[in-house]
Design a protein around this ligand. Structure first.
Ligand code: TMP
Ligand code: ASP
Length: 235
């Protein structure tokens, strides 16, 4: 496989075309943003950590029957993935109240839910990724009812697998964001990343935050938290 020109640059990753029309190369950056790009910074080593952590978790999920875009880790921060068209929805699962949920509904952080919740945001930076419901997503032709059904089933399965995985390394999986893609043959697969950028991780004992909230909220110790999560995930 030969890597060709860059076709996309996002806030945390670059994507390159390859000579295989079914594959692209993803390269993870150390750039960090929050609040729709209003806050910017660098988290040294983040690209390599998010690449390796994402690939580890994607392979774990594949083994548990969740189809993903993962193909092959090429280097520290580069991975070959299936070329998909991203369904423009951010799929958010929550096990414990935090972040925008607590803000929106006026509740404290840390309420453990009896059952996980799911919500969708419309992936659109110009609009600030607004919350959207199933009917609106179908009306806007972002996904079909059948695709939404598949996405919800897969997202809850991801939660079951990851919650148990993280519990074993003394981490509470508070909430996380997933993105799904459609392959050339129309199959829905898990795409994007699963990392301290896209999940909230709290140490089960101390409740210390081990994720991007340390950057968003200026808590310090950002790099240490990312390294600690990589250590717990990769062993
Ligand atoms: P929220 O509480 O701010 O809605 O975030 C919920 C989860 O989604 C949290 O684990 C962080 C993740 N997330 C992203 O990955 N990207 C985003 O742009 C946002 C807003 C949240
Ligand atoms: N990644 C998002 C951004 O820059 C937000 C976040 O993760 O908080 O805007």
């Amino acid at each position: 496989m030969v890597v060709l020109e860059q076709i996309y640059e996002g806030k945390a990753k670059k994507v390159f075309r390859t000579d295989d029309p079914g594959l692209v190369l993803v390269s993870y950056k150390d750039d960090a943003t929050a609040f729709n790009g209003e806050k910017r910074g660098t988290i040294v080593g983040k690209g390599a950590i998010n690449n390796r952590v994402t690939n580890h978790l994607m392979q774990l999920l594949e083994g548990e029957g969740v189809p993903t875009h993962f193909v092959e880790e090429l280097s520290d921060r580069e991975t070959v993935v299936k070329k998909v068209s991203i369904v423009p929805l951010e799929v958010i699962i929550r096990n414990i109240s935090a972040g925008s949920f607590s803000k929106r509904y006026g509740v404290e952080e840390g309420i453990v839910f009896d059952a996980p919740t799911i919500e969708f945001s419309y992936k659109n930076d110009d609009l600030g990724d607004p919350l959207i419901n199933d009917y609106h997503a179908v009306a806007l032709k972002l996904a079909t009812w059948e695709e939404l059904d598949t996405i919800k089933t897969l997202a809850f399965r991801v939660n079951d697998v990851l919650k148990a995985f993280f519990k074993a390394v003394n981490v509470d999986l508070v909430d996380f964001k997933l993105e799904f893609g459609k392959t050339a043959d129309g199959a829905i697969v898990l795409a994007d990343e699963i990392s301290p950028d896209t999940c909230r991780f709290w140490d089960s004992t101390t409740h210390e935050k081990l994720d991007k909230d340390r950057f968003r909220r200026d808590l310090g110790g950002v790099e240490d938290a990312y390294s600690e999560m990589m250590r717990r995930i990769m062993g």
